[in-house]
Design a binder for this molecule. Structure first.
Ligand code: SF4
Length: 250
């Protein structure tokens, strides 16, 4: 789909879906883009699971993108397998081009301690960038209240990839609070990563995830480094005028 079309679709969607519930945004994405739309799901936090559940309940065949860095917690892999079979999810598991051993041979042991930005680029950003080249719509569970680095996320954004391609990025939960997310999980009795009951607020690779306290959900990631994002949500460039859709009501 050409850039011009996506820009027009973005403008129209920002108007027509202003204030729409997350389920409606997902339905619109499936109708508009079919298999060229996909949901990011790390099986770490509950946001991706809530989006997957909404899609499952509405019978939307939106695939999930799961980036397997090779360093995830056993609980994360177990949850993915459980939900894959329970809901019949279409999960596209994405692997880095280098195995952990190959990365250690080329860049040295424990790259995450010396250069976590490079490690995240190799294991997360690079594989995701390849996948996004084949999509027109990327759906994520980002929320504004996750921390300062996500405070200005909009439900519907137009982005540009490094290649110059445009991409619609949807964040249907942008205005949801953590409490609202957990209310949804409880109401629908959804399974979630058990590490979240052990003090973890955001779950990624084993080496770079620790329990955290306070309101910033990202505080337990990359402790000892001035880093709160892996780069997945900063490597694309926002080209939309920031159009607020306003808080969603429930
Ligand atoms: S979270 Fe840590 S181990 Fe995982 S890719 Fe990033 S730096 Fe590497």
């Amino acid at each position: 789909m050409a850039d011009l079309d996506l820009a027009a679709i973005h403008r129209q969607a920002a108007q027509e879906l202003a204030g729409a519930p997350a389920e409606e945004i997902l339905g619109w994405a499936a109708d508009t883009f079919g298999s060229r739309a996909a949901i990011s799901c790390s099986f770490g936090g509950p946001g991706g699971i809530v989006l997957a559940h909404m899609a499952h309940q509405r019978g939307l065949r939106l695939p999930l993108i799961f980036i397997d860095t090779g360093f995830l917690f056993p609980e994360t892999y177990q949850l993915k397998e459980e939900l894959e079979s329970r809901w019949g999810l279409l999960v596209r598991t994405v692997h880095p081009s280098l195995s952990p051993d190959e990365q250690a041979s080329r860049y040295g042991d424990r790259l995450w301690e010396r250069d976590p930005d490079r490690c995240c680029f190799l294991r997360k950003v690079q594989p995701m960038a390849k996948i996004l080249e084949g999509l027109d719509c990327w759906i994520t569970p980002l929320r504004r209240d996750q921390g300062p680095s996500r405070a200005s996320v909009e439900p519907i954004e137009l982005h540009r990839l490094a290649s110059g391609r445009a991409l619609l990025k949807l964040n249907p939960l942008a205005h949801w609070t953590r409490q609202r997310l957990w209310n949804y999980v409880a109401r629908h009795k959804l399974p979630y990563n058990p590490l979240l009951d052990r003090g973890f607020k955001s779950i990624g690779c084993v080496q770079c995830t620790a329990p955290a306290y306070g309101d910033n959900e990202r505080a337990g990631r990359w402790q000892g480094h001035a880093k709160s994002e892996c780069g997945l949500h900063t490597f694309t460039q926002v080209v939309s005028e920031r159009r607020g859709l306003g808080p969603l009501s429930e």
